[in-house]
Design a protein around this ligand. Sequence first.
Ligand code: FCB
Length: 449
Amino acid sequence: MIRRMATDARTATNPTPEFPAFPDTFLWGVSTSAHQIEGAVDEREPSVWDVFTAEPGRVKDGSTAAVACDHYHRYREDVALLAGLGVDAYRFSVSWPRAVFAGGRGLDFYDRLVDELCAAGVRPVPTLFHWDLPVTLDWLDRDTAARFAEYVSVVAERLGDRVTKWITLNEPAEHTLLGHALGAHAPGRQLLFDALPVAHHQLLAHGLAVRALRAAGASDIGIANSHGPTWPASQDSADVAAADFYDVLLNQLFADPVLLGEYPAGIGELMPGDVEADLKVIAEPVDWYGINYYAPTRVGAPQGTEIEFGGLTMPADLPFSVRQIEGVPVTDFGWPVVPEALTELLTGFRERYGDRLPPVVITENGCSYEGIDDQDRIAYLDGHVRALHRALAAGVDVRGYFVWSLLDNFEWAEGYARRFGLVHVDRETLERTPKASYAWFRDLLRAQR
Ligand code: FCB
């Protein structure tokens, strides 16, 4: 049932009186990931990100995540911030290199965190892989998928009495593209299309993890894939073909195997192993489908030159070129702000996958802006929550929305230069200061109840 409810004017910082009401059961949350906030590197095994950040020039401000937000030691304060926000759920990730530390004692941290969350009335939603692969492993090896399933079983055994909602992987697309094809993220490989096995092995790991979770009694399982509409630079056939290809790489290559049990045309042949058999594992039914959405991409035919875009350098020999979207605001990261593309994405998913699409959860959405009085972030989130509501009204079964992110954190190759948090973190003192957007989101949630 969808209720209409006006914002409570006495508590609201939301300047807009009528915010569309979401279903009573809608899950509101915020997201983080282990490597970006935890710190405490001595209390875990090394990951590929530790090696990568130690290499000069890899991270723009030369920083590392050795301390990050020191969430490992300050998690109680951070859970109090979540409680103050009034979110239903908190999406965090379990660090695989921490989980295996000291014969499994590293998992004690997540035990404490989950207890703290439950005591605060916030539902824990762990992601089991958010890019921080143990340094001894490699996604080019098929065996890493099996090792992942073993680790997932151990985590499920340990936390499954209190955790009732799970995410297998975060954005295997970005981990493949940025980490293995372009070399902008750990482990820093530039394999271009030879990186495709990394995608396949992660998808296989996802399917095996779904099975491992079910075997451990879990029932509410999803994946967090990154998606966004791809817009051709023009209607010229070369631009349309390039945009279609990009759409295959970013969207279909990761959604089709999970939702349809098949690769888009021409991709399966490029994958290693017994692909048909693996697809049966990859398509193990999920209970919901997580989408991380930030922005659409305009794509045209190759231009024969290197392209700098959103912090990335794309080589000249790719079969497409990413272009600016003109006439829209951009975040500090240079990412275009186009809320209506979220509605387009979701209705497009519904059209493409029909009844094969389970309920959808937006597992990440957010923006990087400086400042504590972050009106730009409020405008971004306001626009996207409304766009989400339009998708709901158009019949897409959306069940939740998670803001990226709770805290300003280690934004991968950008270091600490990009601030995505609802809460400001002082880089010297690590002091937390809720921003204007924190109050805005809190008031939105209050008004929805
Ligand atoms: C996503 C990642 C997340 C964060 C945001 C800004 O691609 O999943 O860790 O870096 O982008």
